[in-house]
Design a protein around this ligand. Structure first.
Ligand code: ADP
Ligand code: GLC
Length: 487
């Protein structure tokens, strides 16, 4: 199957979150399964294309925007570490900036940047004479791809048989655009914008709605999130459209690229280990603590709870703020955080780091290396999310025998199962209601197991035996694509 995947993020070139990991892992796996994927990404200035083996081609694209044509240079390479062709769209007016979406605030012309990119995707296929069976777009940034496929390119011989599949990674980011600008840039008539039209929500253009309405099939990244978003609480205003399109909506659980996240050959961690040598995990913890100057027995024996996350309201940081200081004060556990985002949360963690040195490790910023070290060295991984479309870090943690403590929502509910000592089953600890007492009760159950040698070993073995490989996600997407093609 010929698959054209359009995305605003791709690991390891441009990443703010899990979207990048998935848009890289899926095509690599499709290729292994005998399909023919290509990936299209903007050429941002935040990565050095030469470092990853990309070269400029002498192909110039002519991209229709409003009543004129804009130009883009095409770069060619592969998704690093694979043989999947990857094309970069170079237009320095749009993408030569020090962020992907903004820094720190969203760029004011994100409407124009991403509409341009979404349109360029078709021009790439045309110059390459690549006839996609499916175009797979991700999140609001590439939602207009779905609209273009069904309008401007509908009768283009290259795309007459092409299906459009739109994947929702996070409903909270919708791309609200000024209608006059957005429809003009996208070469639609202002007459296409009226209350209730496929472009409109609350008087503005809503890109997420565009993706949902124009796609042949809609997927989201876990079965539970696919159910949740039909309700007001999780729907972020999109629930009516998602229900209208309910027959075409399905959840496909994300998966892990175990060539990047596996304690057996992880190049970032202190000591490699696997399920048979699980005792070596402890050496990672010791070395991690040592790197912080902590070597006494008390330090080494206390559990470490780790978090690697964007610091946003989604991730439940406000719940944690109710309890964390109390636990640090009581010396219940050590806490390790790697994250960046909301200034309010950054200040809170910096304050704790100042007040409780040696009990909490805080690294504000982005670091692949520290992410791997925390996942391998911690005893628990904490994710008290308010909502979580899928969540990848808990799946990574499981492979490392690092036990997730999570709120039971979205993909967390599909991957983490309560450890029941009587049955010796389960891989983590969960709470259901979004409140700090329930969260704390899950933490206390987790700590109890930590201090029981037999159960502690058992829960780690259980965790490490789960397989959330991207292979099965990739296969399911192919089924969705076939469904979209009416096969
Ligand atoms: P989301 O996409 O909502 O942020 P996911 O769990 O799907 O959540 O994916 C997060 C990804 O981003 C993971 O690969 C995680 O390791 C990575 N990540 C998050 N914050 C950081 C950070 N500060 N430094 C390095 N990696 C990070
Ligand atoms: C989003 C979600 C996260 C999901 C990721 C990849 O950023 O917040 O839960 O795992 O996309 O699909």
């Amino acid at each position: 199957m010929n698959i054209l995947l359009a995305t605003a993020e791709l690991t390891p070139l441009a990443k703010t979150g899990g979207l990048a990991d998935i848009t890289a892992a899926l095509p690599i796996e499709w290729k292994k399964q005998g399909h023919n994927p290509i990936v299209v990404l903007p050429k941002y200035s935040i990565f050095d294309p030469y470092k990853y083996g990309f070269e400029p081609t002498d192909i110039v694209l002519f991209v229709p925007v409003s009543h004129w044509l804009e130009y883009a240079r095409l770069w060619k390479g592969v998704i690093p570490g694979s043989d999947v062709p990857c094309y970069l769209i170079e237009n320095n007016d749009y993408f030569w900036r020090d962020g992907i979406y903004g820094n720190p605030n969203e760029y004011a012309d994100n409407d124009r940047r991403f509409i341009f990119f979404s349109r360029a995707v078709f021009e790439v296929a045309k110059v390459l004479n690549f006839q996609p069976d499916v175009i797979h777009a991700h999140d609001f940034h590439t939602a207009f791809v779905m609209a273009f496929l069904k309008s401007h390119y509908r009768n283009d011989p290259l795309f007459v048989n092409t299906a459009g599949v739109f994947t929702i990674h996070n409903l909270a980011y919708q791309g609200w655009f000024d209608p006059k600008r957005a429809l003009d840039f996208a070469c639609f008539s202002q007459n296409d914008f009226y209350p209730g039209s496929w472009f409109e929500k609350n008087g503005v253009v809503n890109s997420m709605k565009v993706g949902i309405m124009f796609a042949d099939k809609i997927t989201t990244v876990s079965p539970t999130y696919a159910r949740e978003i039909r309700w007001d609480y999780f729907g972020e205003g999109m629930q009516d459209y998602l229900n209208e399109r309910g027959g075409d909506l399905i959840g496909v659980l994300n998966g892990v690229d175990y060539s990047l996240w596996n304690p057996e050959d992880d190049k970032y961690i202190y000591k490699n280990y696997n399920i048979k040598t699980i005792d070596k995990k402890k050496e990672n913890k010791n070395d991690f603590l040592k790197s912080m100057g902590l070597t006494n027995k008390d330090d080494l024996e206390k559990p470490i709870i780790g978090m690697v996350t964007r610091l946003t309201d989604q991730k439940g940081v406000d719940l944690l703020m109710n309890k964390l200081e109390y636990h640090l004060y009581n010396n219940d556990f050590r806490f390790a955080l790697l994250g960046s985002g909301n200034q309010r949360y950054v200040e809170y963690f910096n304050y704790l780091a100042w007040k409780y040195p040696g009990k909490i490790f805080v690294h504000i910023g982005y670091s692949e290396e520290i992410a791997h070290k925390i996942v391998a060295s911690s005893d628990f991984l904490f994710l008290p999310s308010r909502y979580e479309p899928c969540g990848l870090t808990q799946m990574y943690a499981l492979k490392y025998g690092t036990i997730p403590i999570v709120r039971s929502t979205g993909g967390l509910a599909d991957t983490v199962f309560e450890y029941v000592p009587e049955k010796k089953l389960g891989n983590g600890f969960l709470f259901i209601n979004y409140n700090a007492e329930d969260m704390d009760f899950a933490i206390s159950r987790a700590l109890q197991i930590y201090y029981n040698n037999q159960d502690w070993k058992q829960v780690k073995l259980n965790a490490m035996s789960y397989d959330f490989s991207i292979r099965s996600s990739a296969e399911k997407y192919i089924q969705v694509f076939e469904w979209a093609l009416g096969k």
